[in-house]
Design a protein around this ligand. Structure first.
Ligand code: F6P
Length: 388
């Protein structure tokens, strides 16, 4: 059946007064910069650069490309074509937020070849604290008490682990309230995997720690049950959106599993360690995972790499924004229509933390709209959506 692409909806931008994206820039980013400065003893030059980033990005300053010695200067010049010289406020939210995180790394000296701070993850202290904390202890202990059919529990842990996003927690008010599914294609997800057992499953990770842990446990389940013969876990090539998982984070999470006191967690960690070593679980990355663009614009080499997977599972809010393009679609727009561009069957596991949304039934939408203005962004709702 041909899938019709709906006409374009307005792009989500950061300039609308009272909007969620504007609050991210005006309220969350100042808190984030303050926390980064509290967590690491950056010197005066880096502190000044971070303050300037905040001023420019919230004060509507002009968008200026990276200096020519930045390793990704040419890449970013192309990604920002048409935006350079324009005020920050005119940039799409997706583009502007990604650029903010790139400039944060610039300010801290992450890419400077001559600096002592080269390669130092500015968010590492937050990620390390979370990974060492009691919430992860509880997740590890829960593995010893999984029910005979662990599928619902595993999927639910991978889904709700996405609430643990550290950037979201910067201003979240009541993140512990029981959440609610606005769309639930769980059965289709398992059916898609069962149709082609033994194939390659792509898992595009989102956050480290409390989210990556259940993602890895899900990967282990797919491998041990034969639903997948190979899992490719895609992480970010560099620190991004505070808690996004890099290779270093994936290794730290694997180590945490492997050294857990509970037998089930330790055995899972051991299996995953061996799977990584023998190539049935591969850790992969690509610069496009930190690009400010929707997945419809993915380059040919990444498209070729993802192709052939029986299913690609995209975790989290940012991946969802990139999958659908960050636009004000009517929320009843079919998910399949907006994801037809993706090179493989695709599943989204996401808690709702920003405005973009599709694939919601009209009656569900009507019910949610009576619950107040911020249900799309408050992290209390989630979805499982699948385009087989
Ligand atoms: O970690 P996730 O689930 O991708 O969420 C990140 C989300 O947080 C925000 O950066 C807001 O803080 C959203 O714009 C973004 O989509």
């Amino acid at each position: 059946m041909p899938v019709l692409t709906p006409p374009d909806a307005p792009v989500i931008r950061i300039d609308a007064p009272g909007s969620f994206p504007r609050a991210v820039f005006r309220e969350r980013h100042p808190v984030l910069i303050r926390r980064v400065l509290d967590a690491l003893p950056y010197g005066p030059q880096q502190r000044a650069a971070l303050a300037e980033l905040l001023d420019r990005s919230t004060g509507g300053g002009p968008l200026e490309p990276l200096g020519p010695d930045a390793p990704d200067a040419a890449q970013w010049r192309a990604w920002g074509e048409g935006l350079w010289g324009r005020p920050w406020d005119e940039a799409p939210f997706l583009w502007a937020e990604s650029w903010f995180y790139r400039l944060l790394l610039e300010a801290t000296g992450y890419f400077r070849p001559d600096g002592a701070w080269r390669g130092v993850d500015p968010f590492a202290p937050f990620k390390a604290a979370e990974l060492a904390g009691p919430a992860v202890d509880a997740e590890l202990a829960a593995l010893d008490a999984l029910p005979p059919d662990p599928r619902p529990a595993l999927l639910s842990a991978a889904l709700w682990g996405n609430r643990a996003d550290l950037s979201f927690q910067l201003t979240a008010q009541d993140g512990d309230r029981a959440p609610d599914l606005v769309a639930d294609d769980s059965a289709r997800l398992w059916a898609a995997l069962e149709r082609t057992p033994g194939g390659r499953v792509g898992l595009v990770a989102d956050n480290a720690g409390r989210e990556l842990l259940p993602d890895l446990v899900l990967a282990d389940h797919l491998l041990t049950t034969g639903l997948a013969g190979h899992v490719a876990l895609y992480v970010k090539p560099q620190p991004y959106f505070v808690s996004d998982a890099t290779t270093a984070d994936a290794l730290a999470t694997l180590a945490r599993l492997r050294t857990a006191p509970g037998p089930a967690a330790a055995a899972t960690g051991e299996r995953l360690w061996r799977a990584t070593a023998d190539g049935t679980l591969t850790l992969r990355t690509h610069p496009f995972f930190c690009a400010p663009l929707p997945y419809a614009a993915m380059p040919a080499d990444l498209r070729a790499e993802l192709s052939g997977a029986t299913l690609t599972i995209l975790k989290g809010d940012l991946n969802y924004r990139r999958l659908l393009d960050d636009r004000h679609w009517p929320a009843t727009t079919p998910f399949a229509a907006l994801t037809a561009h993706f090179p493989t069957p695709v599943a989204a596991l996401r808690t709702l933390k920003s405005d973009v949304l599709a694939g919601v039934a009209p009656d569900t939408l009507a019910r949610l709209d009576t619950t107040g203005p911020d249900w799309r962004t408050n992290g209390r709702h989630a979805l499982v959506q699948v385009r087989p």
